[in-house]
Design a protein around this ligand. Structure first.
Ligand SMILES: NC(=O)c1ccc[n+]([C@@H]2O[C@H](COP(=O)([O-])OP(=O)(O)OC[C@H]3O[C@@H](n4cnc5c(N)ncnc54)[C@H](OP(=O)(O)O)[C@@H]3O)[C@@H](O)[C@H]2O)c1
Length: 304
């Protein structure tokens, strides 16, 4: 059953709060790739799934696809461009207005840009989508996650964070921007703020972990040329989207992960992350730098 539509700006027909007895799971980037399969897995597990996507047609197609795979599933769709913090905040408010309790939040939406793109808010798009937006959304949804405890935050990282290095003073790369550095560092920073959050959530019943889904054949790399060709070649040996959703779903649902927090998960197992993510002082510095960035776009202006 497909319920509701976006209450974001510009929506034609905002719907009232969804009445469902099911526990609620929120999946960002649920309109495609791994996120669509995560949403399906959560729906099959009995959750009412709120998909957040930026494109109505793709979002509705994902809802229809989930309904075909799991006829008893209930889903809701919010339209929000998560590269924009204003839209992220509007989505957060919308989710909260419908769902005072959230059992699972999956921060899945992410981008890999081959060229630097600056958003209308003045942020680099990779930084905004992969780090700032999940930071803002998670903060906003914390009251509902706490209200539903025991509850889980599953954040989709990447093994590309494993060998990169980060400076909390240089989350904004400016002239140092390269596609690999921007993506890898955004994912390392995302891991570090998730670990910082897990410490803040100790004793609340809300756990927060980071999952690498594996190398998965998705539409993540949307460029032509050499990079596009390389990605399509890699796709031949990559996991399917369904396989890529396995470990995120495991972290979201498996009883053995119910009380584990602040860990990095690959292939269903806790693994050692980048050693910078294990430095509590550095983790706090990245948290503080992220807070400053979301407070003021002036800190984030790309001036290549
Ligand atoms: N594929 C891999 O090998 C791999 C490996 C490690 C980590 N990851 C991570 O896995 C996550 C899912 O990626 P994927 O591989 O499934 O890529 P994907 O097929 O491109 O899916 C990304 C999802 O995020 C959504 N999204 C992107 N930008 C958005 C925005 N501004 N606002 C709202 N939604 C937005 C996309 O929406 P649209 O449908 O509108 O495009 C799509 O639903 C990402 O965080 C990625 O970094 C992927």
């Amino acid at each position: 059953m497909i319920i509701g539509h976006s209450c974001a700006n510009g929506d034609r027909s905002p719907k009232p709060a969804v009445a469902t007895r099911r526990p609620v799971a929120v999946v960002t980037g649920g309109s495609g790739g791994i996120g669509r399969w995560i949403a399906l897995g959560l729906a099959r597990a009995g959750y009412h799934v709120v998909l957040i996507g930026r494109d109505r047609a793709r979002g509705e197609a994902a809802q229809t696809w989930i309904a075909e795979q799991a006829p008893h599933a209930t889903t809701d769709l919010l339209i929000a461009d998560l590269s924009l913090l204003a839209a992220t905040r509007a989505a957060g408010r919308c989710v909260l207005s419908r769902s005072p309790k959230i059992a699972i939040l999956v921060n899945n939406a992410g981008v890999f840009d081959s060229e630097p793109v600056t958003t209308a808010e003045g942020y680099n798009r990779v930084l905004a989508t992969n780090l700032l937006s999940p930071f803002v959304l998670t903060q906003m949804l914390l009251p509902a996650l706490r209200a539903a405890a025991p509850s889980r935050i599953v954040t989709i990282g990447s093994s590309m964070s494993d060998r990169t290095r980060i400076s909390p003073h240089h989350l904004v790369l400016g002239r140092r921007w390269t596609m690999v550095r921007a993506y890898s560092q955004s994912k390392l920073a995302l891991m570090m703020i998730t670990f910082a959050l897990s410490r803040r959530l100790e004793g609340t019943g809300v756990v927060a972990n980071v999952v690498h889904p594996g190398l998965v054949a998705t539409g993540l790399v949307r460029t032509g040329g050499v990079i596009g060709i390389a990605w399509r070649c890699l796709a031949r040996v990559a996991l399917t989207e369904a396989q890529g959703a396995d470990t995120p779903l495991y972290a979201a649902l498996a009883p053995e992960f119910a009380t584990l927090s602040g860990i990095y998960v690959k292939k269903r197992r806790a693994v050692r992350p980048n050693r910078q993510a294990l430095d509590p002082d550095l983790v706090e510095e990245v948290w503080a730098a992220t807070e400053r960035l979301v407070a003021s776009p002036d800190h984030a202006m790309m001036r290549p």
